[in-house]
Ligand binder design. Structure first.
Ligand SMILES: [Zn+2]
Length: 143
């Protein structure tokens, strides 16, 4: 009985440590994204969005045949996203607050690395796709 209790204690410790590591990881990711966005060039209107998209899509290595629509959302939710809306057809939506070069690069990375083409997996998204897109938005280097 003693041993079982010890194993249970050990299990609880492991779970606690994983939870703490997860919180620290999330914090680092959010802070890195936040700092990058705050220090980034702002994009103020639709024509500027399209202009910068044209430059940045080449930089990110997105193929010419891929169509990317970009727009600023007019809702108040602070959500920016890239999604696949058809065959070789993608939509990037930037929230008014995160309408900047850093976020644009982040969303472009999701497209160029095929994240929008795969079936959504929470775990892979959060621990693989998201840090990669964050590295690209901060450094401009493809991980
Ligand atoms: Zn992302």
């Amino acid at each position: 009985m003693k041993n079982i209790n010890k194993i249970a204690d050990y299990g609880i410790k492991i779970v606690k440590n994983i939870a703490i590591a997860g919180i620290i990881y999330t914090g680092i990711l959010l802070v890195a994204q936040g700092i990058s966005q705050e220090t980034s060039q702002r994009i103020n209107n639709q024509s500027q969005l399209e202009q910068i998209l044209n430059i940045e899509r080449k930089r990110a290595g997105i193929k010419n045949e891929m169509i990317i629509n970009i727009s600023m959302s007019n809702n108040k939710e602070d959500i920016s996203e890239a999604e696949k809306i058809g065959e070789k057809y993608y939509q990037i939506t930037l929230s008014p607050r995160s309408s900047n070069l850093s976020t644009l690069r982040h969303e472009l990375y999701h497209i160029t690395d095929g994240h929008c083409d795969e079936t959504y997996n929470n775990f892979k998204y959060f621990f693989w796709n998201e840090p990669q897109a964050t590295i690209y938005q901060i450094t401009g280097l493809k991980p």
